[in-house]
Design a protein around this ligand. Structure first.
Ligand code: 5RP
Length: 236
């Protein structure tokens, strides 16, 4: 089984998991390729839910295409569950997220949910977080000072860029990647995150930081993880 097939397998397991919830509730939906498999698997059962709250424009587009109702989070007080992927997850359920750039809305929706159901293939499980560069969404105005502060915490910092090709000139140029909120992302490599709660709190104090892609204060409650033998369910 390749990684895409493993993502699909766990997406289907997440569908079965959320269909155990009572009908008529609102579901939080994450972003990324694993979340996309989940959305596709859930589509035939969309009537089970009153609606969804989406963590990115890309996810909203996919949900609407399937006919799900997508609700404004400001009109929802409570979600029974939020289902999303991760870039890394450690044995305590702490995660690095934001590889797809949706970390801020993901963290907001996760904070509204009773249960964070993390879905991933086994390659995302790590003993210690930090091999995957930690995404930090910032206000563009603050890039210089936030970069300096993140370097002090021991990381190597790189501004995330998106490549654009000019068809007329056949040239490629790099522009800062802009999030759904108009923020930029600094990817911080070289951290060995022994204490995710402490690092998340420290980074949250830096002026100009919108969201740190460390999900420690709001970690996973349930992990569905796939490997070639099937899907395991772990609770934290
Ligand atoms: C997006 C995320 C994703 O959940 C994370 O990047 C995992 O993505 P994928 O399921 O494509 O491996 O945090 O911001």
């Amino acid at each position: 089984m390749n990684q895409d097939q493993l993502k699909q397998l766990v997406g289907e397991a997440a569908r079965d998991e959320v269909l155990k919830l009572p009908t008529g509730q609102i579901l939080g939906v994450g972003t990324g390729s694993t979340a996309n498999y989940f959305i596709d698997a859930l589509a035939p059962h969309k009537a089970h839910f009153l609606g969804t709250v989406s963590s990115s424009n890309a996810t909203t587009e996919r949900l609407l295409k399937h006919g799900f109702k997508v609700m404004d989070p400001n009109e929802v007080d409570h979600l029974p569950a939020y289902v999303d992927g991760a870039d890394e997850i450690d044995p305590s359920g702490y995660m690095i997220k934001g590889g797809g750039g949706a970390l801020t809305r993901e963290k907001i929706i996760a904070s509204m949910a009773k249960q964070f159901i993390c879905i991933c293939d086994a390659s995302k499980q790590v003993p210690v977080l930090g091999n995957f560069a930690l995404p930090v969404e910032i206000i563009p105005f603050s890039k210089g000072i936030v970069t300096q502060e993140l370097i002090k915490l021991g990381g190597t910092v790189r501004l995330r860029v998106s490549k654009e090709t000019c068809a007329d000139l056949g040239q490629t140029s790099s522009q800062p990647f802009v999030t759904d909120n108009g923020g930029w992302i600094l990817d911080v490599a070289g951290l060995k995150i022994a204490n995710p709660l402490e690092l998340e709190a420290q980074m949250n104090q830096i002026a100009g930081v919108i969201t740190v892609g460390l999900f420690a204060n709001k970690k996973a409650d349930v992990l569905l993880v796939s490997n070639t033998s099937g899907v395991s369910r772990i609770t934290f």
